[in-house]
Design a protein around this ligand. Structure first.
Ligand code: HEM
Length: 391
C-alpha cells in the first residue's frame, strides 16, 4: 500500500511544484479563525452542504424525471413508487430546498447582527445577497417541476405579478411563461433554469463568496479599521476545530432531513389542470411576506407600488454595507442598525404569518375568526363585513 502511495507521490513530484501546492493547502486548512468563532459561524457551511446535498439528490432525480406536461407528474409518481430509494431522494430534495433557504436566511441574520458586512467585507455581503436571490429563485423554479395543481396555479399567480412591472411587464410575463399562459413551454424554461443556469450561477458566486471570505478572514467584533492581526495562539484553527463543528452540523442536518422525509413527506398532489382553479393558492413560506405585502397595494398605481414595495427590501439589502458606515461591529454598540434589522425581520415574519393564515378560519382566545385576504380577523358570526372599513 505504502509503495503505491509513494509511486503516486513521486509521479506528481516529478511533474508539479507539489511543495508549493502543499504549502497553499496547509495554509488554508490550518488557518486561524477569530477567537469568538463558534457554532453560529457554521451556518454558511451548512448552506453550502445543503447545496451539495441538493445537487446530489437533484442528479438522482434527473435520471427519471421527464420535463413535459404529459410525463412530469407521472415521472415523479414513478420515482416515488418504483425507483429504489427514489422516495427518499425526492423527499430529501424537497425538504432540503426549504432547509437551504432557511439556513441561508439564518446565516444572513448572523452576519448582519455581528456587523460582518462592514469594511473590508462589503463585497462578501453583496455576493451573499446575490446568493440569497439565486437560492429563492431555485425554490420558485423547482416548485413547478412536479407539474401538480398547486405548483401550476402558484406559478400562474407568481408570473402574473411580473406583468405589473412598469413598461416591460407584459414582455416579462411572456418571457417567463414562454407564451400567454403557463404551459409546457414554461415547464421547459423553468427546468433549464433550475437544472443548468442556477446550479452553475450559484457555484460560481459561492466560489467568489468563499474566496473573498478567505481573503479577509472572518470578521472579529473589533471596530472597523481596528481589527488587530490574529495572533496564532489566540485564534481557533480551521482544521480540526471548526471542521469538527461542521461535521457535527452535517450529521444533524442529515438526521433532520431523513426524519422530516419519513415523518412528514411532501405530497405529490393532483396533476396540473389548467381548467380547474384550486380554492386557495398560496406560495411557499419564503414568498409569503411578499405575497401578503402585494395585497395591500390597490388603486391605479397599486400594482406599481406593490412591485416597488417588494423590491425595496432587496435593494436595501444589497446596498446596506454602503449605507451603514458606522465603525462599530458589536451588536450592543449599534442600536440603530440592530433595531432596523429586528424591525425588518419581525415585519417579514409577521407578514408571512398573515399570508399563511389569510383566507382561513382561526381560533384566538376561544373565539373563532375568519381571516380575510388582507389578514384581518373577523369574528365568525359577523363574516359579512369581511374587510375593515377604509380609513
Ligand atoms: C448559498 C449561500 C451561501 C453560502 C454557501 C455561504 C457560505 C459562507 C461561508 C462558508 C462563510 C464562512 C463563515 C460562516 O459560515 O459564517 C460565509 C461568510 C460570510 N457570508 Fe456567506 N454564504 C451564503 C450566503 C450568504 C448571504 C445570503 C449573505 C448575506 C447577505 C452572506 C454573507 C456573508 C458574510 C458577510 C460573510 C463573512 C462573515 C464573517 O466575516 O464573519 N452569505 N459564507
Amino acid at each position: 500500500m505504502m509503495g503505491l502511495v509513494n509511486t503516486v507521490k513521486q509521479f506528481f513530484d516529478d511533474r508539479y511544484d507539489t511543495k508549493l501546492a502543499g504549502e497553499l493547502i496547509s495554509k488554508q486548512a490550518f488557518k486561524r479563525l477569530p477567537p469568538h468563532t463558534g457554532w453560529l459561524h457554521v451556518l454558511g457551511s451548512l448552506s453550502l452542504l445543503l447545496f451539495i446535498s441538493q445537487t446530489i439528490t437533484g442528479i438522482m432525480l434527473l435520471i427519471y424525471y421527464r420535463p413535459t406536461p404529459e410525463a412530469a407528474h407521472k415521472s415523479i409518481q414513478y420515482i416515488t413508487a418504483e425507483v429504489q430509494f427514489g422516495w427518499l431522494y425526492r423527499q430529501i430534495h424537497a425538504w432540503g430546498a426549504s432547509m437551504m433557504i432557511f439556513a441561508v436566511i439564518l446565516h444572513m441574520i448572523r452576519t448582519f447582527f455581528m456587523g460582518a458586512y462592514k469594511k473590508p467585507r462589503e463585497l462578501t455581503w453583496v455576493t451573499g445577497v446575490i446568493l440569497f436571490i439565486l437560492t429563492i429563485t431555485f425554490g420558485f423554479t423547482g416548485y413547478l417541476l412536479p407539474w401538480n395543481q398547486i405548483a401550476f396555479w402558484a406559478t400562474t399567480v407568481g408570473t402574473e405579478s411580473a406583468s405589473k412591472v412598469p413598461v416591460i411587464g407584459d414582455w416579462l410575463q411572456y418571457f417567463l411563461r414562454g407564451g400567454d399562459a403557463v404551459t409546457g413551454e414554461t415547464l421547459s424554461r423553468f427546468f433549464v433554469v433550475h437544472v443548468i443556469l442556477l446550479p452553475w450561477a450559484l457555484t460560481g458566486v459561492i466560489a467568489v463568496h468563499l474566496f473573498l471570505m478567505r481573503l479577509s478572514n472572518l470578521a472579529t467584533l473589533e471596530r472597523v479599521g481596528e481589527e488587530a492581526p490574529l495572533k496564532p495562539e489566540h485564534g481557533i484553527p480551521f482544521f480540526p476545530v471548526h471542521v469538527a463543528k461542521e461535521g457535527v452540523v452535517v450529521m444533524m442536518m442529515l438526521a433532520v432531513l431523513v426524519t422530516l422525509s419519513v415523518v412528514s413527506p411532501w405530497e405529490i398532489g393532483e396533476p396540473a389542470n389548467a381548467l380547474q382553479t384550486p380554492p386557495h393558492i398560496k406560495p411557499e413560506w419564503y414568498f409569503l411576506p411578499s405575497y401578503q405585502l402585494l395585497k395591500y397595494f390597490e388603486g391605479p398605481y397599486g400594482a406599481l407600488m406593490g412591485i416597488i414595495g417588494c423590491s425595496v427590501p432587496f435593494v436595501l439589502l444589497l446596498l446596506w454595507p454602503f449605507l451603514d458606515r458606522g465603525k462599530e461591529r458589536h451588536p450592543r454598540k449599534r442600536p440603530i442598525a440592530v433595531g432596523l434589522g429586528l424591525f425588518g425581520l419581525l415585519g417579514a415574519m409577521f407578514l408571512g404569518y398573515l399570508g399563511h393564515i389569510s383566507e382561513t378560519e382561526q381560533t384566538f382566545f376561544g373565539q373563532r375568526y375568519h381571516i380575510t385576504l388582507k389578514g384581518w380577523p373577523v369574528p365568525l358570526d359577523d363574516t359579512a363585513d369581511a374587510e375593515p372599513p377604509a380609513h
